[in-house]
Design a protein around this ligand. Structure first.
Ligand SMILES: [Zn+2]
Length: 1148
């Protein structure tokens, strides 16, 4: 690898750098963590036992074992006779003049072959200076060779039992395949699998910050950020960015507490006592007498204007997005609608007469109680309005990240980001950009402090990818104590000779090669030339110290593992996959300008047994090797299993042509599953690389094998204390397997095609813990589902992905990361380990105080992700974010981000169902949000009638969104939702970013018939409620997984003709999975809307046509989340009233 050959930015730093050991415990890990078990990555100290795989007890089965004309069943042949041949093959001198790889100590290949597999002479690893090991010459070019040799010397070969029937049966189909001879193997070109040294030029000298003059470092001399303008002022002052919301909802008397929704012990949510030093707005009940209007159950006289919005009452509720008064009939009072959502039916409450602020009646004395009237949904906060307002307010200007604690635009707003020192919100979003200074304040507010991090997020083409910085052999400059990486917030002192760490305050010498003078402001003169000094996000090239076993990694491999049992074959999946792979393999991820991908590929098929394929380029035909003893999985061939696509193209194509034929007549219905993962894992181990398994699987693995499962689905467990078991794996076997996979960097992506329960909760464990993705296509039908599957597969194969990744989040003194959510594995309390991490995966990190923060210094986060790129380059991606800190709760509430809050709360709740009854989890969510809002009401809002619900501007959508989480299939399943669906969604949501959770919980509903066919823009969204639908219109609803096209019964015949190509409503087929391609403006517009949405989402959404009053409409209505749901979920209006009641109870 070329890492060490690139120009240094200065003379090598000769001083001992204890911290430069990268991954060593005290190094990557920051402060040593006594008592924490050594992580997987302890291996970075050099080889450790975990990485020196003991000799696998079962032999690797060389392909030599087959006579050239033999059938696969000849696996029974005397294996011991194979060993010498195999070794010979490995030890053979290069058969061509293939030069050794570009760098690395040249060790005798025979020696090499023993290096990692249990031979004492190299147990302690290669000295760091030895750098990358030379690959074995010639035909072993991508197999470092060590694995097989000692194995084949052992005499403990696996003895195969009689060939299974299926193998016999298949042997006929194998006739066309050449089984055997490896001696003919021509050496692949040297350097196979290694990419060009690096496609990314060093940028140290060439980087120039764009727009650097605009950088606005935060200093105390500059004015406070806008968010602090009203610090210390009564909350009734106009707030940035908007007004506080005070929505009055019916002040119904707290009903006899029969609702059963009260403070829950899960989690402990007892509010901490207010710190005596807390200043701020008057506290109702303390310094301000509660106004008489707070009496429960009073016939509410309208509160005085000042109680609503302080000195700026008019026009009242300007921040609330009800329709303007002219279109809004006077609403002197509200009647609760019937509400059964919380276990009770509330009768009419005629005594409630609270005027709704913002109505023309506002401020008048109430007249006689009006006729009962339902709370107008238009008068409660509208997600659509909030989204539209943010778009129009913030969509036109780029978001410049130079200011500390700036709240970014919403995820639903299109905006450009200019990195000027803080990470883009595409990488990190926080629940609040202003953190309470003390833990007491944080506890009091109950606002979770969390960051949703997407380290490898895809950027729009207009934005710049993180620059790659190469600091040469000495690696990135880091703080000596906490090991934080150089970043814009480090303070250079003593003329630039030292720097003080912004995270731990430790002073570290600047390495000589990194020294630079400071200008008169104390800034390094090369500030704008170095990404790590001026930008929020950048990458460092990692040195060998950051690599496993002190060896630069090999490029990763992709292994395609296809279920060829009866169901898979009969449904057409096997043929579909094989056909697709023929072209898809040309699109493997590649780095920069590389001409071809460095990723190697391998193929396995399986049912009860596994079939490995030798697709070495020198073969005329692929060779199959069957492993029927799945109890102790091993890989029967090394040479020829993982290959370069271009070199082996003919053989691969031939294999993909033959697989569907070979298994066309299979009657094998049973499958294994764990051995498939084990096989992939062993193959990657043998090849000494990281990689990804793409497993295509159809059924519950009931065949006798490790990880065998039984059908334990039981819907009767729903709403019982045992419901949690439905989300838990049925055996710990897969947890252990996941751990092994993570250690190897073996990421598992799972494509499931179930026709019945297959236990996603268990099958998904390895996928989940290795950072992989699950895709599920229930009742897969070729005609309707193939587009969706193929699009998902294409994207999954092509997307940017890092391997063997470890992420750590460092924080400045006062807070620390305490909890993590996402698809990963953790072997200690700080390092998030992922065998693979792709551009769609997010990790949510929660922070807690461990000390006081200060308003002056704020709080800092630094997320460091160490990973191997798709070309095998070891890199560190760094994201920095600075946040404000506050002593006033109002500042916290003014700088919250509700979409991110919901992302966190959903993940928190979805994890909770693993250990607690679902009802407990729901109650805890409600309770926490009630506390958040009650704290605001108590400490930040002006004293006012308890009949009013006052919501902070930034959180006015918290109730509606929270209700969507509560009603989701995981927490409140409808009758049609399967156990597998719930487990699947639970896992999906756990890795979702904020944009995805936003649309998943509150789907986007677009009136297609209102679309402007001449414009590129999407029609304006409407609220998710049936009462918003007109029978004469067509609507589209998307939630990131599905797209529904709903057709009203009264839609004009012409529109139906234009969109569906049929002449009447009754002729529309709801079996359509795509819209017909018709040459008219409406059809084009609708298809373009669908395409636009598909591109925005990380998964291809399933298109479902729903005709009004058709039975599928039930499914559709499930997504009209403002309405009461069939499964008992509350309507938005009802839930808002319920939240109000909860808040009042907390305040009283
Ligand atoms: Zn430090």
């Amino acid at each position: 690898m070329s890492v060490n050959q690139q120009a240094h930015t200065g003379p090598p730093y000769g001083q001992p750098q204890p911290g430069y050991q990268g991954y060593q415990q005290p190094a990557y890990g920051g402060q040593p963590l006594p008592g924490i078990p050594q992580s997987q990555y302890g291996a970075y100290n050099g080889p450790m036992p975990g990485y020196q795989q003991p000799v696998p007890p079962q032999g690797y089965f060389p392909s030599l074992g087959f006579s050239s004309k033999g059938s696969p069943v000849s696996l029974n042949s005397d294996t011991s006779s194979l060993a010498p041949n195999f070794i010979g093959s490995l030890r053979a001198p290069p058969t061509s003049g293939a030069p050794p790889p570009a760098s690395g100590a040249s060790l005798p290949s025979g020696h090499l072959a023993y290096s990692q597999f249990g031979h004492g002479d190299v147990q302690n690893g290669i000295p760091a200076s030895a750098a990358p090991m030379q690959r074995p010459p010639a035909s072993q070019s991508f197999l470092p060779g060590p694995a097989p040799t000692p194995v084949s010397q052992t005499s403990t070969f696996q003895q195969y039992g009689p060939p299974p029937a299926s193998v016999q049966q298949l042997s006929n189909h194998m006739a066309g395949m050449t089984i055997g001879s490896t001696t003919a193997s021509a050496p692949p070109p040297a350097g196979l699998g290694y990419g060009t040294p690096t496609s990314v030029p060093p940028v140290s000298g060439s980087f120039s910050a764009t727009g650097s003059g605009l950088y606005t470092p935060y200093t105390s001399s500059q004015g406070p950020p806008p968010t602090s303008v009203s610090q210390g002022l009564p909350l009734a002052q106009p707030l940035f960015p908007g007004q506080p919301i005070s929505t009055q909802v019916p002040g119904f008397a707290p009903p006899p507490s029969s609702t059963g929704i009260g403070p829950s012990s899960y989690p402990p949510t007892t509010g901490a006592p207010r710190p005596p030093a807390m200043s701020g707005p008057p506290l109702p009940g303390q310094t301000v007498a509660r106004p008489p209007t707070s009496q429960p159950n009073h016939v509410s006289s309208p509160p005085p204007p000042s109680a609503l919005s302080g000195p700026h009452p008019g026009p009242p509720m300007s921040g609330l997005h009800g329709p303007p008064p002219p279109t809004h009939p006077p609403q002197p009072g509200y009647q609760m609608q019937q509400n059964g959502s919380f276990g009770q039916v509330r009768g009419p409450q005629p005594n409630y007469g609270g005027a709704y602020p913002g109505t023309p009646n506002y401020g008048n004395q109430p007249g006689p109680p009006p006729p009962p009237k339902r709370l107008d949904p238009d008068s409660i906060p509208s997600p659509i309005q909030v989204i539209e307002d943010d778009r129009s307010n913030r969509g036109s200007e780029p978001f410049v990240t130079g200011v500390r604690g700036q709240v970014p635009p919403l995820v639903t707003t299109n905006f450009l980001v200019k990195d000027q020192g803080n990470a883009s919100p595409r990488y990190i979003r926080c629940t609040s950009y202003n953190i309470p200074c003390t833990s007491d304040m944080a506890k009091q507010s109950q606002v979770p402090l969390a960051a949703v991090i997407k380290p490898l997020a895809t950027l729009p083409p207009e934005e710049t990818l993180p620059y790659l910085v190469d600091h040469g052999e000495s690696g990135p400059v880091r703080c000596n104590r906490c090991k934080a990486y150089m970043c814009p917030f480090m303070q250079f002192i003593e003329g630039g000779r030292r720097f003080q760490c912004c995270f731990c305050s430790c002073v570290t010498e600047v390495p000589p090669h990194y020294f630079q003078h400071l200008d008169h402001t104390g800034k390094r003169v090369d500030f704008y030339d170095r990404p790590e000094l001026s930008l929020g996000s950048y990458e460092f090239l990692a040195t060998v110290d950051y690599c496993k076993n002190n060896k630069f990694p090999s490029p990763p491999a992709f292994i395609f593992m296809i279920d060829v049992s009866y169901n898979a074959v009969k449904s057409g999946i096997v043929r579909l996959i094989c056909e697709e792979l023929k072209s898809l393999l040309d699109y493997l991820p590649r780095e920069g300008n590389m001409e071809e991908s460095a990723i190697r590929v391998g193929f396995v098929t399986y049912n009860k047994v596994l079939h490995f394929y030798n697709v070495k380029s020198s073969l005329a035909q692929p060779q199959m090797m069957v492993v029927s003893d799945v109890a102790d999985m091993f890989v029967p061939l090394l040479d020829g299993f993982l290959v370069n696509v271009n070199e082996s193209r003919t053989v691969i194509t031939s294999l993909l042509d033959q697989i569907p034929e070979m298994f066309a007549d299979t009657r094998e219905t049973e499958t294994v599953f764990a051995p498939v993962i084990q096989a992939g894992l062993e193959a990657l181990k043998a090849a000494e690389c990281a990689g990804k398994l793409f497993i295509f699987h159809t059924s519950l693995p009931i065949a006798e094998a490790p990880g065998k499962l039984k059908n334990r689905d039981d819907k009767k467990l729903i709403n019982t204390d045992k419901e949690k078991t439905l989300f838990q794996p049925q055996t710990s076997f897969y947890n252990n397997l996941a751990k092994d996979c993570v250690a190897q960097g073996c990421c598992v992506d799972l494509f499931l095609f179930p026709n019945q329960y297959l236990d996603v909760a268990t099958l998904g464990v390895v996928t989940y813990q290795t950072g992989g993705s699950i895709y599920k296509y229930a009742y897969f039908q070729l005609e309707t589902d193939q587009d969706r599957f193929l699009n998902d597969l294409r994207r999954d194969v092509q997307k940017e992905v890092g391997f063997d990744a470890v992420m750590r989040v460092r924080t400045s003194t006062g807070i620390r990361a305490t909890d993590f959510f996402g698809a990963f594995y953790m072997s200690n309390t700080t390092d998030v380990e992922m065998a693979g991490l792709d551009c769609d995966k997010t990790i949510t990190v929660e922070f807690k105080h461990d000390d006081k923060l200060s308003e002056d210094s704020g709080a800092l986060l630094q997320c460091a992700l160490l990973y191997t790129s798709c070309a095998g380059q070891r890199r560190l991606r760094i994201h920095n974010l600075s946040l404000n800190c506050c002593t006033q709760l109002a500042d916290l509430y003014r700088n919250c981000e509700t979409d991110t809050l919901i992302n966190y709360l959903a993940k928190y709740a979805y994890r909770g169902v693993l250990s607690s009854p679902v009802k407990t989890v729901r109650d805890a969510l409600i309770n926490q949000c009630a506390q958040i809002l009650a704290c605001y009401r108590k400490n930040c809002a002006s004293p006012s009638s308890a009949g009013q619900l006052i919501l902070p501007e930034c959180m006015k959508l918290l109730p509606v969104y929270l209700n969507c989480v509560l009603k989701s299939d995981v927490l409140q399943p409808g009758p049609e939702v399967t156990t597998d669906d719930r487990a699947y969604i639970r896992q999906l949501v756990t890795s979702m970013d904020v944009a995805e959770t936003n649309v998943f919980f509150y789907p986007r509903l677009l009136p297609l018939t209102k679309a402007d066919v001449d414009s590129d823009s999407l029609p304006a969204a409407i609220r998710n409620s049936e009462e918003r639908l007109s029978k004469g219109d067509i609507y589209l609803l998307e939630n990131g997984l599905n797209i529904f096209v709903w057709v009203g019964v009264n839609v004009q015949q012409g529109l139906i003709q234009n969109l569906f190509g049929v002449s009447s409503f009754s002729q529309i087929s709801n079996a359509l999975s795509t819209l017909p391609v018709l040459e008219n403006p409406f059809s084009k517009k609708v298809r373009s809307v669908v395409d636009t949405l598909q591109v925005q989402r990380s998964r291809y959404m399933k298109l479902i046509i729903v005709k009004q009053e058709d039975k599928l409409e039930m499914l559709f209505k499930h997504f009209l989340v403002e309405d009461k749901s069939l499964s008992g979920g509350a309507s938005y209006v009802d839930f808002l009233c319920h939240m109000h009641k909860e808040i009042r109870q907390l305040l009283s």
